[in-house]
Design a protein around this ligand. Structure first.
Ligand SMILES: NC(=O)c1ccc[n+]([C@@H]2O[C@H](COP(=O)([O-])OP(=O)(O)OC[C@H]3O[C@@H](n4cnc5c(N)ncnc54)[C@H](O)[C@@H]3O)[C@@H](O)[C@H]2O)c1
Length: 350
């Protein structure tokens, strides 16, 4: 019997644009091709302008097999070879699509991601999860393959409208609850607007978050253990996102409120954490109240939790908090969650 060891070497690198240019980019001899979110067409910031580049519509509705095929067509037209470096510029839809396209094209080409939204800088562009939506199910087709480089460039992130800038803060609040006192202190000690105005402050915050995600995923790339903690607020969040067509930020914010409620029941967490969470969500203009119809909607919401790929047919690995920065996986049946949601819906206002 021949046994082959397919041990995976995790080699994703987080860097600034200056570091990227002075090392990887300028030293690269082969082809370099930029694919840029078309919303950046009018941006004053455009480092790709003298390079080989194309704009592409990287919105959520392009996360389909048809969208993927359009990217393959472009790579083919450009005669992209196996040794090429693809540089993707955009939000989470871009990193999800190009993560998959770069993994499949020529059986894998190098990828550098330049996130242009807060959410992608602190979350989507790190950790290698990519994917397409399929038959109404989010991220149903995809794989895990980290980009070679993730580049945090505040000049690019500053091109976001202020509202989009704040949307990524629900994931930042998640790190502040489950992972890092430094992130928590930064969020509580500064106003929302100061992060938008002060690029050094937001660069510090975003880099801490990106580093936190990189630390976690490098210990558990394939999501069997500690990486599951990053799902805090997301099991209910994804179902709310589907049911109400809420933004990811709003849905995860509400999901985190319910996760803390569950933590109070199973792990004796004090309610003060839920009050602090609500204050943080309000500060960054993220939804902190459930819709009036929430109680009647519970059966349908539960059926949408069922679609979540992270669970078995009857159980859910629910991420709760034992204490601040101490997430814990608790296994709950969907029936139990339904009962808790029903009780919660009567008393969620805090
Ligand atoms: N793979 C992961 O680990 C992971 C994690 C979180 C989210 N995601 C995915 O990320 C996606 C959401 O990402 P997102 O919030 O960045 O949204 P997005 O990528 O859909 O971008 C939102 C909108 O903003 C536009 N845009 C992007 N950058 C801009 C800029 N600088 N200025 C103006 N407009 C800009 C986009 O064209 C789009 O219309 C979802 O598909 C979600 O599933 C993936």
């Amino acid at each position: 019997m021949i046994q082959t060891n397919f041990a995976f070497e995790f080699s994703s690198v987080l860097m600034t644009f200056t570091e990227f240019l002075s090392t990887i980019y300028n030293e690269k001899k082969g082809q370099k091709f930029w694919l840029v979110d078309k919303q950046l067409q009018k941006a004053a910031y455009k480092p790709w302008i003298n390079e080989d580049f194309e704009f592409f519509d990287f919105s959520e509705n392009q996360k389909t097999l048809a969208g993927l095929e359009k990217i393959f067509d472009l790579l083919d037209q450009k005669k992209i070879r196996k040794d090429a470096l693809l540089i993707g510029v955009g939000g989470g839809a871009m990193s999800d699509l190009l993560g998959l396209a770069s993994s499949l094209y020529s059986r894998g080409i190098s990828l550098a991601l330049m996130p242009s939204t807060t959410l992608s800088a602190v979350d989507a562009a790190i950790g290698g999860k990519n994917g397409l939506n399929f038959k109404g199910k989010k991220n149903q087709i995809g794989l895990i393959r980290p980009a070679d480089y993730t580049i945090i460039d505040m000049a690019l992130l500053k091109t976001q409208p202020e509202e989009l800038f704040y949307q990524g803060f629900s994931e930042i609040i998640k790190y502040a609850l489950i992972h890092s006192s430094e992130i928590f202190d930064l969020l509580t000690q500064n106003t929302a607007h100061s992060f938008y105005l002060d690029l050094d402050l937001s660069q510090h915050l975003f880099t801490l978050c990106a580093q936190a995600k990189l630390d976690i995923v490098s210990q558990d790339l394939f999501d069997t253990n500690i990486r599951k903690h990053l799902n805090f607020g997301h099991s209910l969040g994804h179902a709310l996102e589907l049911h109400y067509t809420f933004s990811h930020a709003d849905a995860v914010g509400l999901g985190m409120i319910f996760s803390l409620y569950i933590s109070e029941i199973y792990l004796d967490l004090e309610k003060t954490h839920r009050i602090t969470l609500k204050q943080l969500l309000d500060k960054f203009k993220i939804k902190s109240h459930f819709p009036d119809s929430f109680h009647e909607d519970i059966p349908e919401i539960i059926s949408k939790i069922n679609y979540d790929k992270k669970n078995t047919a009857t159980h859910l690995d629910f991420i709760a908090l034992e204490a601040h920065y101490k997430p814990k996986i608790i296994r709950l049946t969907l029936d139990k969650i339904s009962k808790h949601l029903s009780k919660f819906s009567h008393e969620y206002s805090i």
